[in-house]
Ligand binder design. Structure first.
Ligand SMILES: Nc1nc2c(ncn2[C@@H]2O[C@H](COP(=O)(O)OP(=O)(O)OP(=O)(O)O)[C@@H](O)[C@H]2O)c(=O)[nH]1
Ligand SMILES: [Mg+2]
Length: 334
């Protein structure tokens, strides 16, 4: 990995989130409703009506002339060339960001074709580049699965790590919830992964995460999965939160195929003890093959929203794309 040390005099390094295509724009829209401190949000899209969801200063319409604001109709080649036409605007947004998250739903045209190009632009400017890829529901059919798989290949080739979130997870975990709530839940999981990675830049105090932690688990690139869990009680328990978090990374990717490492980040109020965090790490250790390196860190969060809460986020890295094929039942690309 090539990213360089932040310039201390300039304070916190910039972290930018670029949503690409419909799903990427939706995610940026939902996160912007929460006022995501510490992240700059923007969206690149080919569908002008849909792009209006993104926060105003960060909208980049791609393919204005060729596609006339109507989307690509599912064609990744059109998505790629439209995004390339806006390279100057996109790199202008990325600027000197230290971390860039490129978020897209794979299977359509704009995200599958365009997100790898946005990621390439970010990485060539020296940013740590992390893809967030929503994979289509099985019920969307084999063509979408194939396009998604090709998009995932392209994205993995240019990112430091790609966090995969299968939409199928919503069916397993939120099938009986209102539709929008299910989508918000998956966005929340993605956000937990982004916050964990961003914590290496924003919160190096206490027993916080740092650059070295990220380097050790991102080494070798590949695909990552994330899970997050919470415990809410008078005396919140980090081990319970970790237990809940571990239900997700095991799904859809098999834990035995982790090739990179594991990052466990526990946030809690003052009642979370060292012993509790230590037991959380042991729990994670029991879930993984012996040789997988684990980095665990815990921070006390004094802000009001974390009162009576402990939150654990687990990031497992270094899966091969073939592991995604097996878990999704996707036929491998020719
Ligand atoms: N998790 C999640 N997935 C979504 C959302 N919207 C769409 N998807 C998924 O993302 C895939 C790609 O859809 P879009 O993002 O709309 O496609 P696009 O990139 O805009 O591509 P075109 O419209 O074909 O140019 C879909 O097949 C869905 O599986 C969303 O809001 N959240
Ligand atoms: Mg679209």
């Amino acid at each position: 990995m090539s990213w360089s040390r932040p310039d201390i005099a300039r304070g916190h390094p910039r972290i930018t989130v670029v949503g690409c295509g419909g799903a990427g724009t939706n995610a940026v829209h939902r996160w912007s409703e929460h006022g995501l401190a510490g992240f700059e949000l923007c969206a690149v899209g080919t569908d002008s009506a849909h792009l209006l969801l993104a926060p105003a200063p960060g909208r980049i319409l791609a393919g204005q002339e060729s596609l006339r604001g109507l989307g690509t109709g599912g064609d990744p080649d059109l998505g790629r060339s439209a995004v390339l036409e806006r390279e100057t605007a996109i790199t202008g947004r990325i600027g000197d960001s230290r971390i860039v998250f490129v978020v897209a739903g794979l299977g359509g045209g704009t995200g599958s074709g365009g997100a790898p190009e946005v990621a390439r632009m970010a990485r060539s400017r020296g940013a740590l580049t992390v893809g967030i890829a929503y994979l289509p529901f099985r019920s969307e059919g084999s063509r979408r699965q194939r396009v998604a798989r090709e998009g995932l290949d392209a994205l993995t080739a240019v990112c430091d790590q790609v966090i995969v979130l299968s939409n199928e997870r919503m069916l397993r975990e939120r099938a009986r919830h209102p539709l929008l709530e299910a989508f918000r839940w998956l966005d929340g999981t993605a956000l937990a992964g982004m916050r964990t990675i961003a914590a290496t830049q924003h919160r190096p105090e206490q027993l916080g995460l740092d650059d070295q932690d990220l380097r050790s688990v991102f080494q070798g690139g590949g695909i990552a999965t994330v899970g997050t869990g919470e415990s809410r009680a008078a005396t919140p328990c980090a081990t319970d939160a970790t237990h809940a978090a571990l239900r997700h990374p095991s799904d859809p990717l098999a834990r035995s195929e982790v090739a990179g490492g594991a990052l466990l980040w526990v946030e809690g109020d003052r009642s979370v003890t060292l012993d509790d965090v230590q037991r959380s790490a042991e729990l994670l250790d029991q879930h993984l093959p012996k040789e997988v390196p684990i980095v665990w860190r815990g921070t006390v969060d004094r802000t009001a929203p974390m009162q009576g809460r402990a939150r654990a986020t687990v990031l497992l890295t270094g899966f091969r794309v073939s592991a995604v094929d097996r878990s999704m039942g996707t036929p491998p690309s020719p």
